[in-house]
Every structure is written in C-alpha cells, then in structure tokens.
Write a protein that binds this ligand. Structure first.
Ligand code: NAP
Length: 295
C-alpha cells in the first residue's frame, strides 16, 4: 500500500475534544447548555443505534440531549406539532429528525418544517439554498466532515479537479457545492454518467458516495489522488457474519492513490462529530455569541 490512510476516527476525536472545550465556554457565557433534539419515529434497529450514539456523544461533549421517540404509526400532524414545539423551545438549538421516516409520513414536509437556524442536518430547502448561494448556513454533516478531512490532508484545494460520484441531497450535491466553494473544478457523476472510469481518472480528489460495494477500482484512479470513501455497505464476511466495506476497492486503490479513507474508520466517525459541531454553531448563533477558535 502506498497511499496514506486518512484516520477519520482520530480526526473526529480531536474535533469532539474542541467541541467539548467550546461547549463549556458557551455554557459559562450563555448560562445554559447548548441543546440538540433528536426525533426518532418507529423502531428501525439501525436508526435506534445511531440515535443512542448521538445522544451519548452529545452528553459527552457537555451539551444537552433531548430524545423524542414516537411510535411507527405517528400521524403527520403530530410529528409536525412536535417539530413546531422544538422550533419554539429556547433550550433546543438543533433539531434532527432521523431519516428514513415510515412510508406514510411526508419526509420533505417534515424536514422543511424545521427552523433553518436549528437545521443541524442542513437538509431544509433554506439551508440547501444558502449553500448553493454561498451564504452562511448549516451544512449536511457527512459532506462537511469529508471536506474537513480533505483540507486537513491537502491544505488549499484551489484549482484541483474533484469528481463526486453520487448526486444525493444528503451527500453528493452538498459535497459538490462545498468543493466548488473551495475553488475546485467539480464534476458530479451518477448512474447515467458515460465512461465513469475515464471521468474519475481526471480527478485529484475523488469522493465516492454511491452505495455499491467496492465499485471504484484501482485503474480508475490517477496516481497520487486523494480518495474519500463515503460508502457504507454490508457484505458477507467470514463465519456467516457481515463486514463493512466502502464504495472503493480499498486494497487495490490504496496501491495507486496518495491518500484514502478506510471503511470503517474514515468518513463514518466524522458524521456525528460534525452534527455536534453544527449544534454548537447554531447555539452560538441563537445566543449571539462568537465561538473562540474555529470548529
Ligand atoms: P443514494 O441517495 O442512494 O445516492 C446514490 C447515488 O449514487 C445516486 O446519485 C446514484 O445515481 C449514484 N449511483 C448509483 N449507482 C451508480 C453507478 N453504478 N455509477 C455511478 N453512480 C451511481 O445514497 P447516499 O445517501 O448519497 O449514500 C451513498 C453512500 O454513502 C451509501 O453507501 C450510504 O450508506 C453512505 N453514507 C454514509 C454516511 C456516513 O456517515 N459515512 C452518511 C450518508 C451516507 P442516480 O442519481 O443517477 O440514481
């Protein structure tokens, strides 16, 4: 392996430590803790694990965690009423509605009901619009975490060719906007892209957010490129167990790339750390305070 592995776990730990310091400073100045509310509808086991982990990490960083668990059969009107209560609650700085919602609920309408100043997932139309316009606002956690890893590794990204594979609202599109704001030349590839391998071969930065196990191969990669693997795929492992792999063929690509995020331990740990960062940034905004030092 010639590529430098990018240790997202260590970076996320460092970020959480900085957040904890600043959360304590916030509490001292504002006279209250910054607060993050997470809403979970139904009993999806993977979502329950995420929500528990978010709650634990929120408290560990010295912030207040408010968990709202609603039954799977919750009506749209009741969920919207809860969002409205959280919007109005001065103890709540960030609101995250865990997706996906059960099928009978209108996800877009629920997300759009979140006060943009509390939109720590960065998914409301207002937050997306601000990102597209280059205005200050809350940005989706996984792409922002990926950008932090890229800048930590590469420094100034100006002029670099970036190819983002995937155009989802959650990852691909905001990732492309963030890279554009860093003055990269950005290509967004997707399932209809012709000759994806040739497109990816141009890239100094490759961000794979597809959801297809080990799809990106070594001969797609320009030697020395920086590869960010957002994918989380479960594949059969030894002894009937499953194991996690990314969208990138790690073993092969690591022979060609300059740097690469592993799965697990790359982008994954960044997502919750950035969520906490967004909650604290929102809290400072609500209290009219400036956070000392960058987050
Ligand atoms: P998504 O909404 O399913 O979007 C996948 C994107 O990949 C779509 O734009 C799709 O193109 C494109 N695509 C599918 N097959 C392709 C192919 N053969 N060639 C080129 N492009 C192809 O997924 P997502 O929410 O963005 O998530 C992507 C991956 O990241 C998943 O593995 C997910 O689990 C993971 N993820 C990880 C984190 C984290 O914390 N690390 C957070 C979020 C997501 P079309 O638009 O043309 O269909």
């Amino acid at each position: 392996m010639s590529a430098v592995p990018i240790d997202g776990k260590a970076f996320a730990e460092g970020l959480r430590a900085r957040i904890a310091t600043q959360a304590a400073a916030f509490e001292a100045q504002a006279g209250r803790k910054a607060g993050l509310a997470v809403v979970l509808v139904g009993e999806d086991p993977a979502s329950e694990v995420y929500v528990r982990s978010k709650g634990r990490q929120t408290i560990a960083c010295g912030m207040a965690s408010f968990e709202h668990k609603l039954p799977a059969e919750t009506r749209q009107a009741d969920l919207l009423a809860l969002v409205a209560r959280l919007n109005a609650d001065p103890a709540v700085d960030g609101i995250l509605v865990q997706l996906p919602l059960p099928g009978h609920l209108d996800e877009q309408a629920v997300v759009a009901a979140i006060d943009p100043s509390k939109d720590v997932d960065g998914l409301t139309p207002v937050s997306s619009g601000r990102l597209a316009l280059g205005q200050n606002g809350l940005v989706p956690c996984t792409p922002l975490g990926s950008l932090m890893l890229l800048k930590d590794r590469l420094g100034d990204l100006t002029g670099l060719e970036a190819v983002v594979i995937g155009r989802s609202i959650l990852v691909g599109k905001p990732m492309a906007q963030l890279l554009l704001a860093e003055n990269c030349t950005v290509t967004i590839a997707h399932s209809r892209t012709r000759d994806l391998a040739a497109v990816v071969r141009r890239a100094d930065i490759v961000v794979a957010a597809v959801g297809r196990a080990e799809m990106v191969k070594a001969d797609w990669i320009k030697p020395g490129a920086c590869v960010i693997d957002v994918g989380i795929n479960r594949v059969p492992g030894e002894g009937g167990k499953t194991r996690l792999v990314g969208d990138v063929d790690f073993a092969g690509v690591a022979e060609v790339a300059g740097a690469i995020t592993p799965v697990p331990g790359g982008v994954g740990p960044m997502t919750i750390a950035v969520l906490l960062r967004n909650a604290l940034v929102a809290a400072a905004d609500h209290a009219g305070l400036t956070l000392a030092g960058g987050l």
